[in-house]
Design a binder for this molecule. Structure first.
Ligand SMILES: CC(C)(COP(=O)(O)OP(=O)(O)OC[C@H]1O[C@@H](n2cnc3c(N)ncnc32)[C@H](O)[C@@H]1OP(=O)(O)O)[C@@H](O)C(=O)NCCC(=O)NCCS
Length: 231
């Protein structure tokens, strides 16, 4: 049996890559009509279609994101699918020839109304959301800032901020913090810090008590009530 300290000996993988304002996109990714923020990393075989992908968010690889808004600082594990398209169950046949007509020589144009129906069911993922391995986020679902989606979950209903949801269909099992803490975190909107503030206050993000005790949180208006649906 051989011991490997490291193989390959010199790694050139994504983890060694220094990120920056320019998105880091693996050459095998396919992207269409989408916006991607800075300090982002799209792992191998990520598909991003008619979506936005916020600053500092990343996918591990083999991820498909269609018709979705992804906030900032989201961690999206391998084999996650966000917004798998539904088929038209109400037609005689739900086969995709009914809308991908050009492909089958059954029409000069594809079924625009059908694709618009899919577009109308966008997924909206907040900031700092962690989506575990192989999770599926169904069409039209909204996931609040700070939420956790367990590996293998199928999320069919909206998940609130800082909630932890697992299973098929996903159910909320707990919240990461108490309500007061969640309110303060949402009010802080730390994910909107500019780069200079992030560098300056990075250590605060590692220590909840220190973060909540920060005088910056006490400025008027910061501890206002939060409209959770808007986050
Ligand atoms: C959701 C998750 C974060 C919860 O972790 P945790 O807070 O430590 O929670 P626990 O392990 O104590 O589990 C709490 C309960 O949920 C259940 N549970 C945990 N994860 C689950 C999952 N993915 N699916 C179904 N049930 C799950 C546990 O069995 C436990 O049930 P019980 O109370 O009946 O005993 C974690 O289990 C998970 O799924 N992490 C994702 C890991 C991943 O995919 N990483 C990819 C790289 S980013």
């Amino acid at each position: 049996m051989r011991y490997f300290d490291q193989y390959p000996a010199v790694t050139t993988g994504e983890k060694d890559t220094k990120l920056g304002e320019e998105p880091h996109i693996h050459p095998s990714c396919r992207i269409k009509d989408s916006k991607i923020g800075g300090w982002t990393a799209l792992g191998a075989n990520t598909f991003l279609v008619e979506s936005s992908f916020g600053d500092y968010s990343y996918t591990a690889g083999n991820v498909q994101i269609i018709y979705s808004e992804i906030g900032k600082y989201c961690s999206i594990a391998n084999s996650v699918r966000i917004n798998p398209g539904n088929h038209p169950q109400w037609r005689v046949t739900q086969h995709h020839m009914t809308y991908r007509r050009k492909h089958y020589g059954l029409g000069a144009e594809d079924d625009k109304d059908f694709f618009q129906w899919r577009r109308d069911h966008r997924c909206v993922i907040g900031h700092d959301v962690w989506i575990g391995h192989g999770a599926v986020i169904m069409p039209g679902v909204q996931i609040g800032t700070g939420a956790v989606i367990g590996s293998g979950a199928v999320v069919t209903k909206n998940i609130g901020p800082y909630e932890v949801a697992v299973g098929v269909a996903a159910k909320v099992i707990k919240k990461r913090f108490d309500e007061a803490t969640i309110g303060k975190l949402l009010a802080s909107e730390w994910w909107n810090w500019d780069r200079a503030t992030l560098e300056e206050r990075f250590e605060d993000l590692l220590d909840l008590e220190k973060f909540l005790a920060s005088p910056a949180l006490e400025k008027p208006g910061v501890l206002r009530d939060i409209d959770i649906a808007a986050v």
